[in-house]
Ligand binder design. Structure first.
Ligand code: ZN
Ligand code: FE
Length: 257
């Protein structure tokens, strides 16, 4: 399964999955249709699926046009997003699976950013390979989504599921927010060496216009404050102990940042 990242709008990423042998493609969170249509034409593939993570316009804006061009494609989304995702046909919940070519994706229910948010995880085929996580606006490189329709404890529960995946998992998040996220992270965890190094690398990459997505889950665990609610330094910093409270305090600080 080949994955291509298409930058759209101001800071969104749309991901196209491609199975070369069968000449089939799927798209994750098509914010817009045009670049997807163009790319699918370039690789001469049939678009057979849209995997939506949640209902926000910058994730589903291209659905209708794509359906018009590929009337047989299947639109997947979370069951709680019923009536919120244009053209949705499959209503997924925790533990469900989706298939694409010979790959099987696992569905996680990850409410918090929105109440219907789901994530798709494609485990590796070979043990030596990495799994692919499409987490929409739940987990970002160096950060996490705002809590528009959920509570800190829901989000901690959701992020815990993602955090439990293997360290080498590639994290395909939907926005290029990494540099700003790490700027904030440094304000709460200045002494974290891994974070300092990552910040320098990301800054250099962004100066050259290089994308920072996908990220690697192991690095997120070391440097993303929103996966580090049980870190004693951050507990001290927030003057909280309980995961949801540590997380909630950090999220509140980031909202003000
Ligand atoms: Zn969103
Ligand atoms: Fe978004």
């Amino acid at each position: 399964m080949k994955i291509t990242r298409i930058p759209v709008l101001s800071d969104n990423y749309v991901f196209v999955l491609f199975e070369e042998e069968q000449k089939i493609a799927a798209v994750v969170d098509p914010a817009v249709a045009e670049p997807v249509l163009q790319y699918v034409k370039e690789i001469d593939a049939e678009l057979i699926a849209i995997f939506n993570t949640h209902h926000h316009m910058d994730h589903v804006g291209g659905n209708k046009t794509l359906i018009k061009h590929f009337p047989n494609l299947c639109v997947y989304g979370g069951i709680e997003d019923k009536n919120r995702i244009p053209g949705q046909q499959i209503f997924l919940q925790e533990g469900d699976t989706v298939s694409f070519g010979d790959r099987v994706g696992e569905v996680f229910f990850v409410p918090g950013h929105t109440r219907g948010h789901i994530a798709y995880y494609f485990p590796p085929v070979e043990e030596t390979e990495a799994g692919e996580l499409f987490c929409g606006d739940t987990l970002f490189a160096g950060g996490c989504g705002r809590l528009f329709e959920g509570t800190p404890s829901q989000m901690v529960n959701s992020l815990s599921k993602l955090r439990a995946l293997p360290d080498n998992t590639r994290v395909w998040c939907a926005h290029e927010y990494t540099l700003n996220n790490l700027k904030f992270a440094l304000t709460v965890e200045r002494e974290n060496r891994a974070l300092q190094n990552r910040y320098a690398e990301v800054q250099a990459a962004r100066n050259q216009g290089i994308a920072t997505v996908p990220s690697i889950l192991g690095l997120e665990k070391e440097t993303n404050p929103f996966l580090r609610w049980d870190n004693s330094y951050l507990q001290e910093k927030t003057k909280m102990k309980e995961p949801a409270r540590v997380f909630g305090r950090l999220r509140g600080m980031k909202d003000q940042f």
